[in-house]
Design a protein around this ligand. Structure first.
Ligand code: CP
Length: 314
């Protein structure tokens, strides 16, 4: 990798968006872009930056994009990797997250990446085990690496989000992606609109900093970016809408809605998508769509975070 003078990164963990300053966010985005451009030029996509470092990927909830991109990012930086999934771990025998963490710590990893259904579990591990931790999604709380890769994907197409209107639509209530994105986009100066059924978007969500809409057409009118969210049925203990058809009728983003947004508006979805429920395939696969850019940028952002937290720190 090209030798650049590395600025100090003042964090030992990435647990949520709040702790990051605007400068930190710019530094992460710049680092991700530098790493991306270096790897684009290389036939062999590997650098020794994290050689001799061990990263433990503790994925205790299902994941495709986040898990695979963390693993690829770690491999590209030459880290040693241990992958642990819920079904094949002692957690199914009832071991607590604390004991699992302490057990794994005894094997001297340098950093833990954790996805867990309980909000706050990455914070708990970081506090009690005193080890660098990256939150790969904790319950309905936050998904900071997703918000950072979303921002990179937007900034690859438009110079700044400052003053731009970004509409986030769907199951806001259960969405860690929405929470991290609102916090990050507001921090970077965007105007954020939130839209969804009233049962999945209570007025108190305005305290996150977004303007509340219940009508999709109004919410997307003049928007520069529309970010659709997955309906998280697995987190719903009761019916939040009468039928899937009813949800689709009111909140599925279609080509007609896209016409109401700005010309060349960007369309996003963190995945996995429920086509026809949250988004029409015609829109998801259109030139406006950043969905596959989001997936690809996941590797760059996660490489950047691993490098900033662990690289060249001795
Ligand atoms: N966006 C996201 O977190 O996807 P996965 O659940 O596949 O990791």
């Amino acid at each position: 990798m090209a030798r650049r003078k590395k600025k100090a990164f003042p964090h030992k963990a990435i647990l949520g968006i709040e702790a990051l300053s605007v400068d930190d966010v710019r530094y992460i985005i710049d680092t991700a872009r530098n790493l991306r451009s270096v790897f684009k030029r290389r036939r062999i996509k590997k650098t020794p930056a994290l050689q001799g470092r061990t990263v433990l990927n503790l994925f205790l909830e299902p994941s495709t994009r986040t898990r695979v991109s963390f693993e690829l990012a770690e491999k590209r930086l030459s880290a040693d990797i241990i992958n642990i999934a819920a079904a094949s771990s002692a957690i199914v025998k009832g071991e607590s997250i604390f004991d699992t963490g302490r057990t794994l710590l005894a094997m001297s990893p340098d950093l833990i990446v954790i996805r867990h259904k309980m909000g706050g579990s990455p914070h708990f591990l970081h506090k009690h085990l005193e080890i660098p931790v990256i939150n790969a999604g904790d319950g309905i709380n936050q998904h900071p690496t997703q918000a950072l890769l979303d921002l990179l994907s937007i900034l690859d197409r438009i110079d700044t989000v400052e003053g731009k209107t970004i509409t986030i639509v769907g199951d806001i209530k259960h969405s860690r992606v929405a929470r991290s994105n609102v916090l990050l986009l507001k921090k970077m100066g965007a105007k954020v609109r939130l839209c969804g059924p009233p049962t999945l978007l209570q007025p108190e969500y305005a305290t996150l900093g977004g303007e509340i809409f219940y009508d999709l057409k109004q919410a997307v009118e003049g928007a520069h970016v529309v970010m659709m969210l997955r309906v998280q049925l697995e987190r719903m203990k009761m019916g939040y809408f009468p039928t899937t058809n009813e949800y689709r009728r009111l909140y599925c983003f279609t080509a007609k809605h896209l016409k109401l947004a700005r010309k060349n508006a960007l369309v996003m979805h963190p995945g996995p998508m429920n086509r026809w429920v949250e988004i029409e395939p015609e829109v998801a696969d259109s030139e406006n769509s950043l969905i596959l850019d989001q997936v690809a940028n996941g590797i760059s952002i996660r490489m950047a975070l691993l490098y900033l937290l662990l690289g060249e720190k001795g």
